[in-house]
Design a binder for this molecule. Structure first.
Ligand code: NAD
Length: 257
């Protein structure tokens, strides 16, 4: 079955992985709704550019994924969706005793709770249309822990758990729910960590990438947004109709160890 004409909402998609997934789906003829908390001409221009290049309908909807009402408004503004990609996420790194409570709250809200609200809001429309794909962008940190990432690891493990529950609640319907668990992907979220890591360890940025950031990734290569876009397209295909409630890792072998 072709994906052409279906509609996808991708949270947190004016940058990085979300934008890459939006481009990959648009290449398949899927109409895409981009999102972030900002509302700039550049945000809207991204949607216009995707529409221009691929010929699909593309729009940008401002909605702050830290707010329950905004999460649900995003789905309404999209007119419902066939494909929901819960991707919005932020990071903060600190030992738990120093972890700012407001950062904890923001990470849990944006990285985890937003997926609860968008999924709840999107399911009715998927059931009416008789088809749906829910894909949560979790992380290798949804399966493994690292020190100093208490909120992020908690949120990503939570997303993996919620994915399984949604899969069971939709198991008898033509709707699937899965989580993609990437290792490190070179996006603004990770780029920001490179100079800080180099400074902290007193090493070059290249050494910071190899010896610290990719230390857990046996392939020693970053995952690319194009690879993740391809995984999303696969999960939306007929071949993946019986894949539900699971995690798909793209982490260069990280979680094999
Ligand atoms: P990114 O910083 O490029 O993208 C994050 C996106 O989330 C941006 O579009 C940003 O605007 C949006 N966002 C942040 N706060 C928001 C809010 N309150 N409301 C709406 N949107 C908001 O980072 P990325 O690496 O592309 O991350 C995307 C997802 O992938 C995140 O959930 C992240 O945890 C996950 N992930 C990233 C990596 C990696 O190595 N980059 C690895 C595993 C998982």
């Amino acid at each position: 079955m072709s994906l052409a004409g279906k509609t996808a909402v991708i949270t947190g998609s004016n940058s990085g992985i979300g934008l890459g997934i939006a481009r990959a789906l648009a290449q398949e003829g899927v109409n895409v709704v981009l999102n972030s908390f900002s509302d700039t001409p550049e945000d809207h221009a991204l949607a216009a550019e995707i529409a221009d290049v691929t010929g699909v309908e593309a729009k940008y909807v401002q909605a702050d994924m830290s707010k329950a009402d905004d999460c649900r408004r995003l789905i309404v503004a999209a007119g419902g969706c066939d494909i929901l990609i819960n991707n919005a996420g932020i990071q903060h790194v600190a030992p738990i005793q120093d972890f700012p409570a407001e950062k904890w709250d923001a990470i849990i809200a944006i990285n985890m709770t937003s997926a609860f609200h968008t999924t709840a809001a999107a399911l009715t429309g998927m059931r009416e249309r008789g088809w749906g794909r829910i894909i949560n962008i979790a992380s290798a940190h949804g399966l493994r822990a690292s020190p100093f990432k208490s909120a992020y690891v908690t949120a990503k493990h939570g997303v993996v758990g919620m994915t399984k529950v949604v899969a069971l609640e939709t198991a008898k319907e033509p709707i699937t729910a899965n989580a993609i668990c990437p290792g490190y992907v070179l996006t603004p979220l990770v780029e920001a960590q490179i100079p800080a890591t180099a400074k902290e360890y007193g090493i070059s940025e290249d050494q910071a990438i190899e010896k610290v950031i990719l230390a857990k990734q046996p392939s020693k290569e970053f995952v690319t947004v194009e690879q993740l876009g391809g995984m999303v397209v696969f999960l939306c295909s007929d071949a993946a109709a019986q894949i539900t409630g699971t995690t798909l890792s793209a982490d260069g072998g990280w979680t094999a160890a």
